[in-house]
Design a protein around this ligand. Structure first.
Ligand SMILES: CN1c2c(nc(N)[nH]c2=O)NC[C@@H]1CNc1ccc(C(=O)N[C@@H](CCC(=O)N[C@@H](CCC(=O)N[C@@H](CCC(=O)O)C(=O)O)C(=O)O)C(=O)O)cc1
Ligand code: HCS
Ligand code: ZN
Length: 781
């Protein structure tokens, strides 16, 4: 008997982004609920039938979501904050979308995170160390849970009507609570006993309907857990087993090693355990040794986070000795995690050259690999011999390809090895020189880079991509947009300008498309959140920058104004963390290669005359390893990469960086070590609280704490922004403080952006008046 193949989750967006278009059409009021649900059910059916046709033995259901699986769980168990007006019973679609995106108080489908009349969306944050974002469940201390509708059961039954027996997937109760937040700051884990009966009921209904297994995802088991959380895991699974002994649980862990949680996991009364052997291959032997011989072990051996074709022969040779002594009916082969994080089908990429395409495996190809691997391990499937030969040829070709190795890049890296990466002079001296060069007023105003990516801008780019608009016409169009944005910045009196990033599709993809060693795709979309997707570039070879990437656009924008125009770049760590990275080199080496490329761009911008250059590191924190013990190493090389970008510029050149998140306390020394002259950060939603982390000696350089939450179309007035700035002045020195929004404005509309920025400039003006008053008073005293 061949070893079983199992899948943990398939991408739900559709081969041609059908889900995005159906959602956005529904939100725009252009189609109705039935049309949306019809698209959703067709996508589910297509995924199930594809997996069935491919011969996958264990096919997941309830891996589909209209927006997010964590939100689905919150809605399913009735964790719906009172502001959404839910009265009990089943939850309608508009309440669901109001939680996802906020509502304007009328038809929630308008989908904006309005405050005031409407309701704001739940907070959103990244899913472990991926670029997927989930909605953060919100609990109260007196939280009551109830089953609103058994979504896993509905999915299970729906699959059965088309002849597919599935293993429903649920987010585990401990991870669900751990990812949530309580309004009073108490530990959400305390709510476990109230939640377990709801899970037990879901399980019982599934068992009664004929489900024999359920997949319960507990990725929190790869994190550093406290004793209370570990006890919660033991307690939860003991209780669920006692309440519903007939339903077998496959406990799925992924994104890292079980490590110090292995002992408790191995003792849980579950029928199966899935482990990620791609991110943590070192745990294989210990897991196989500790987990009881009757328990099914699902080996996550195909990378669910990256897009490289697996080396199947190598995998077979690693797996065989591992499972040698074990009954093969207790082994399953699976992707390391849900395939949500990879694109759907490499065969759609008809514009990629054949060689590169032969190195890649997207979700569909990964399932093929699973089948080939299981056939090969049992030696029963003769057909796999040919597949193995093709696989071996492709993986070998990739290893030795001249496209992958660039001796010049390798040489440059050797040259800088051991050379300390730092600016010529300390910040205090640079600050002085820069102040004289730019002559900016106190509390200088600026924005983060992008202005609205309007339908017109995207349309023009799409037409240009399809060859329907010449480059000359496309460039002229983008220049007109840029010129209008520059004129408008002059009108409202901002101090430091941006060109608006109209020419960019995405802050990472744009650079990937221009760097050597990167390939980009046409259809390889991956969900980032809700209906927002990204097409991560593929880093397949040594990285270099053949030509300047931004200098022409910067030069044009600067030619329109006397005000300083920021050069605008994405930093190496963000490019790395939001790309599919080659797996034949350490990530830090690839990071250093990208840093050299960005350094070249920085120096070219400086030579062209850019006095201020911003290097965004929006994903620096995102790349933090899940276990704290690994942070130091990551932060060490990540900071060094940033400093490689900036160490070559003159003291008079002002380096900015931008990070749009609000947790800095635990990485403050690394942020300070980046030594950017100015950092802009997200602070408006936390009401400047996080500035405590930057106060005093801890952060001597300049800071722009965001005063305007760009995630909402709501327009804050000048008084509100001034209040935030007054709060900021409690923590920071006046000559440290810049005034800017939380992040770029690409997802906003001009009608929201314009009044908000006018108000922001007004807030800075009032602050300057206060300062003049303070100084006057001081002088008189
Ligand atoms: C800041 N964030 C980002 C993350 N990762 C990135 N790689 N980039 C980010 O900015 N991670 C964390 C957050 C996540 N946030 C977002 C926010 C917004 C988006 C988003 O808007 N995505 C767009 C796609 C962006 C893009 O690549 N656009 C291209 C292609 C546009 C397109 O679909 N064109 C159509 C034709 C359009 C027409 O004719 O009108 C087509 O090709 O068919 C572009 O502008 O050229 C989205 O639509 O989902 C993502 C993450
Ligand atoms: N410069 C980018 C940063 C986003 S994190 C922008 O403004 O969109
Ligand atoms: Zn940002």
């Amino acid at each position: 008997m061949t070893i079983k193949t199992a899948n943990l989750g398939f991408p739900r967006i559709g081969r041609h982004r059908e889900l995005k278009f159906a959602l956005e059409s529904y939100w725009a009021g252009k189609s109705d609920r039935a049309a949306l649900l019809d698209v959703a059910s067709k996508l589910r059916a297509a995924n199930w039938l594809l997996q069935k046709e491919m011969g996958i033995d264990v096919i997941p259901s309830n891996d589909f979501s209209l927006y997010d699986q964590v939100l689905d769980t919150a809605v399913m168990v009735g964790a719906i904050p009172s502001i959404y007006g839910w009265q009990g019973g089943s939850v309608d679609l508009d309440t669901y979308f109001a939680m996802a995106r906020g509502s304007n108080g009328g038809h929630a489908a308008c989908g904006h995170a309005h405050q005031g009349n409407g309701v704001p969306a739940l907070e959103m944050t990244k899913w472990f160390d991926t670029n997927y974002h989930y909605l953060v469940p919100e609990f109260s201390a007196d939280q009551h849970f109830e089953l609103t509708s058994n979504k896993p059961l509905e999915a299970f039954l729906e699959a059965r009507t088309i002849g597919v027996q599935t293993r429903p997937v649920l987010l585990g109760p401990v991870t669900f609570l751990k990812l949530g937040k309580t309004r009073d700051g108490s530990s959400a884990i305390n709510l476990l006993d109230r939640l377990l009966p709801v899970y037990a009921r879901i399980f019982a209904e599934l068992a009664a309907a004929g489900a024999d297994w359920v997949q319960v995802d507990e990725p929190c088991l790869v994190l550093d857990l406290g004793d209370e959380e570990r006890q919660a895991v033991s307690h939860a699974y003991a209780a669920l087993h006692a309440l519903v002994p007939d339903l077998r649980i496959m406990l799925a862990t992924y994104f890292g090693a079980l490590g110090d949680n292995l002992d408790i996991v191995a003792r849980l009364p579950v029928s199966g355990i899935h482990v990620d052997l791609v991110s943590a291959p070192q745990q294989a032997a210990a897991v196989l040794e500790k987990v009881s011989p009757q328990c099914v072990i699902s080996l996550g051996v195909i990378d669910g986070r990256n897009i490289w074709r697996s080396d199947l022969a190598k995998l077979r040779d690693t797996i065989l000795p591992l499972i040698g002594g074990r009954d093969h009916t207790t082994i399953q082969l699976a992707p390391s995690c849900s395939l949500l994080h990879v694109p759907i089908d490499v065969s759609l990429e008809t514009t990629l050259d054949d060689e590169l395409r032969s190195w890649l495996a997207f979700a569909t190809q990964k399932l093929e690999e699973l089948k080939q691997l299981s056939g090969a391990i049992d030696g029963s499937d003769i057909a796999v011999a040919a597949d193995f030969r093709a696989n071996g040829a492709a993986t070998q070709a990739r290893l030795t390809s001249v496209r992958v190795n660039d001796p010049i890049v390798a040489g440059r890296l050797v040259e800088i090895q051991g050379v300390e990466q730092k600016r010529h002079s300390p910040f205090a001296k640079r600050k002085d020189l820069q102040r004289r060069r730019f002559g900016l007023p106190p509390f200088p105003t600026t924005t983060i880079g992008s202005f609205p990516q309007t339908a017109d801008v995207r349309k023009a780019r799409s037409m240009h991509d399809k060859g329907e608009l010449s480059y000359i016409d496309y460039k002229a169009f983008i220049e007109r947009e840029t010129a209008a944005a520059v004129r408008w910045q002059e009108e409202i009196g901002l101090d430091v300008f941006v060109h608006g990033e109209f020419e960019r599709n995405d802050m990472v993809q744009y650079f990937g498309e221009q760097l050597s060693g990167f390939a980009f795709t046409r259809h390889a979309w991956v969900q980032s959140y809700g209906s927002r997707y990204v097409r991560p570039p593929i880093i397949y070879g040594d990285v270099s920058r053949p030509n300047p990437m931004t200098v022409g656009w910067w030069r044009y924008a600067q030619s329109l104004t006397q005000r300083p125009m920021k050069g605008m770049l994405t930093g190496p760590i963000t490019i790395l963390n939001w790309s599919f990275v080659r797996d034949d080199l350490p990530r830090e080496t690839v990071g250093r290669q990208i840093a050299l490329a960005i350094r070249d761009e920085v120096l070219d911008l400086e030579e062209a005359g850019a006095g201020i250059i911003q290097i965004d590191e929006a994903a620096l924190r995102e790349g933090l390893p899940l276990r704290k013990a690994d942070w130091q190493h990551y932060l060490g090389w990540a900071v060094e990469c940033f400093r490689m970008c900036t160490s070559g510029v003159a003291d008079e050149t002002q380096i900015h960086t931008h990070m749009c998140y609000s947790e800095f306390n635990d990485i403050m020394s690394a942020i300070a070590a980046m030594d950017a002259d100015v950092i802009s950060i997200e602070t408006s939603r936390s009401k400047m609280k996080l500035l405590q982390a930057f106060a005093g000696e801890r952060y001597p350089n300049e800071i722009g704490p965001g005063v305007y939450d760009i995630h909402s179309p709501r327009v804050p007035d000048a008084g509100e922004m001034k209040t935030l700035l007054d709060l900021a002045r409690e923590h920071l020195l006046d000559d440290q403080l810049w005034v800017n929004p939380d992040c770029g404005l690409k997802t906003r509309k001009w009608e929201d952006v314009k009044p908000a920025l006018v108000n922001m400039v007004e807030a800075a003006r009032r602050l300057r008046l206060d300062l003049a008053g303070d100084k006057g008073r001081l002088a008189r005293a």
